[in-house]
Design a protein around this ligand. Structure first.
Ligand SMILES: Nc1ncnc2c1ncn2[C@@H]1O[C@H](COP(=O)(O)OP(=O)(O)OP(=O)(O)O)[C@@H](O)[C@H]1O
Ligand SMILES: [Mg+2]
Length: 248
């Protein structure tokens, strides 16, 4: 289990995350929902130590993450950032191989290459393997970044808007892949997503954030007209139909 306890973090003098406590479970996808600027990305960045918390702790099973070296942390947690800033001059293959960096000793092993090949297949990226990342479309790059995160073989997968730039077919394919891997490998998966219907379809747990705080959390039942109004103030309607929930 990934546990956040009384976490506060921010930028400069500004406190963004305020007293966040939450539990994330293996084999489940937790969706982090909230309006723009509510602190979702800041939460992910704090968990991977790109931001130092002012207060509070992060535990992965019985390990306090603060005590872990960055190389060991990268074997435990993979992070797919929201912004695709990688326009580097590498091939897709090399970009995914970078995900193996936390495991590399002196040289790339057969196992590292095997993992890259497996991940290329999962994401149907084989035909792109030796293309330059800088020459790919936004959606193709997004898949490469996800492939790199999966190549890390982490216990925790933090996905900040993983469906960014993806067409509907790719959105579904990627989220099905993430759902299957989460279940099979008992990954602790946390994703932020603005498409509430996709969140409802793929996540088992939900965290609703506003202004740096968690207001509601739990299973599907926490998603209601009232909670969504408190969080998004967008006049959203919720309907239940044949056992499924839809938001419009
Ligand atoms: N590098 C930074 N320096 C200062 N303030 C920042 C920085 N990054 C984010 N913020 C501020 O922190 C708050 C939370 O931002 P964050 O990116 O975590 O929101 P978010 O929930 O991920 O939003 P979105 O849905 O738009 O991605 C916002 O008010 C934002 O302006
Ligand atoms: Mg964000």
């Amino acid at each position: 289990m990934l546990k956040l306890r009384e976490l506060s973090a921010g930028y400069g003098q500004v406190e963004v995350l305020k007293d966040i406590s939450a539990d994330f479970y293996p084999g489940e996808i937790t969706a982090v929902l909230g309006p723009n600027g509510s602190g979702k990305t800041t939460l992910f960045r704090t968990v991977v130590r790109l931001i130092k918390p002012r207060h509070g702790q992060i535990w992965l099973y019985d390990q306090n993450l603060e005590k872990l070296s960055s190389k060991l942390l990268a074997r435990e947690i993979a992070y797919l950032p929201q912004m695709t800033e990688t326009a580097s001059n590498t091939t897709v293959f090399e970009a995914i191989l970078l995900g193996r960096k936390p495991y590399l000793m002196w040289d790339t092993s057969a196992r590292d290459l095997g993992v890259v090949e497996k991940v290329l297949q999962w994401l149907h990226l084989e035909e792109f393997a030796f293309r330059q990342v800088s020459e790919l479309s936004g959606g193709e790059r997004q898949k490469v970044l996800l492939a790199r995160a999966l190549a890390q073989e982490p216990k925790v997968l933090l996905l900040d808007e993983p469906t960014n730039n993806l067409d509907p077919k790719n959105q579904l394919e990627i989220l099905k892949l993430v759902r299957n891997l989460t279940a099979e490998e008992k990954l602790i998966t946390v994703m932020s997503v603005h498409d509430l219907n996709l969140a409802l379809r793929f996540a088992q747990r939900f965290i609703l954030m506003r202004a740096g705080k968690i207001y509601f959390h739990g299973q599907k039942e926490v998603i209601s007209r009232e909670t969504l109004q408190d969080i998004f103030e967008a006049g959203l309607e919720v309907i239940n139909y044949e056992g499924r929930t839809f938001i419009f």
